[in-house]
Design a protein around this ligand. Structure first.
Ligand code: MTE
Ligand code: MO
Length: 204
């Protein structure tokens, strides 16, 4: 799905290689409390119910790795990052969407969110990462789990994810409401919402 357009190992237009791994986010780093943490899949689910995993349960879900590039809209990129975690398609098999789902909202701590087309969510490289380079994520990089959508700008991957909402229509997430492009394809340099063409997203 969508794989043909991915060009692993190449820099999208306007990007430069970053050494090291900067920390980029809005707001404070949440403190992880295992006893209060829960991952929810809700909204337009196939059976109408909500799936909940506590941290032990989420940690026991099938683990895989994905090697992929990472492109921040502020123009830095990292190439060949190894992520480990739960594939989004695996998660969607365990907690399936209804047939008419077109988009998902991925929710994180403090109400941060990012919207995705369901095909971007189900892409084989989209992963709920718990590890990078074989090591658990650090708090500032999203511990215990962050989303990574390698073929889109990195803001489409919330850190500190707490849930997935299946939707039957598109709705803008946190940055998509604040001037960033609804789709965020780095190969098309879809950085800002003023670049959107009719059909790229809901009215602003
Ligand atoms: N919860 C949350 N996740 C977020 C963000 C944020 O502001 N809040 N920023 C995004 C942006 S713009 C980028 S580039 C990446 C940065 O991830 P890193 O800090 O691990 O490099 O996280 C994304 N995920
Ligand atoms: Mo970013």
């Amino acid at each position: 799905m969508g794989q043909s357009e991915h060009r692993g190992g190449e820099l999208p237009p306007g990007q430069r290689i970053q050494r090291g791994w900067p920390v980029t986010h809005y707001g404070p780093v949440p403190r992880f409390r295992a006893d209060r943490w829960e991952f929810q899949v809700f909204g337009a689910t196939a059976d109408g119910g909500t799936t909940r995993w506590n941290h032990d349960e989420f940690s026991a879900l099938p683990y895989r790795t994905v090697v992929a590039d990472f492109h921040c809209v502020t123009k830095f990129s990292m190439l060949g990052v190894e992520w480990g975690g739960v594939g989004a398609a695996t998660l969607a098999k365990l907690a399936p969407p209804a047939a008419d789902v077109t988009h998902v909202m991925v929710w994180a701590e403090y109400g941060f969110s990012a919207n995705l087309r369901v095909e971007d969510f189900l892409d084989d490289s989209t992963i709920f990462a718990t590890h990078k380079g074989g090591e658990p994520l650090t708090a500032e990089h999203g511990f215990p789990v962050r989303l990574v959508v390698p073929h889109l700008y990195a803001w489409k991957g919330p850190k500190w994810v707490r849930g997935v909402e299946y939707m039957t229509a598109d709705r803008r997430g946190f940055w998509e409401e604040r001037g960033y492009h609804n789709l965020g394809d780095p190969w098309k340099e879809q950085r800002f919402s003023y670049q959107e063409e009719p059909g790229d997203g809901p009215e602003l």
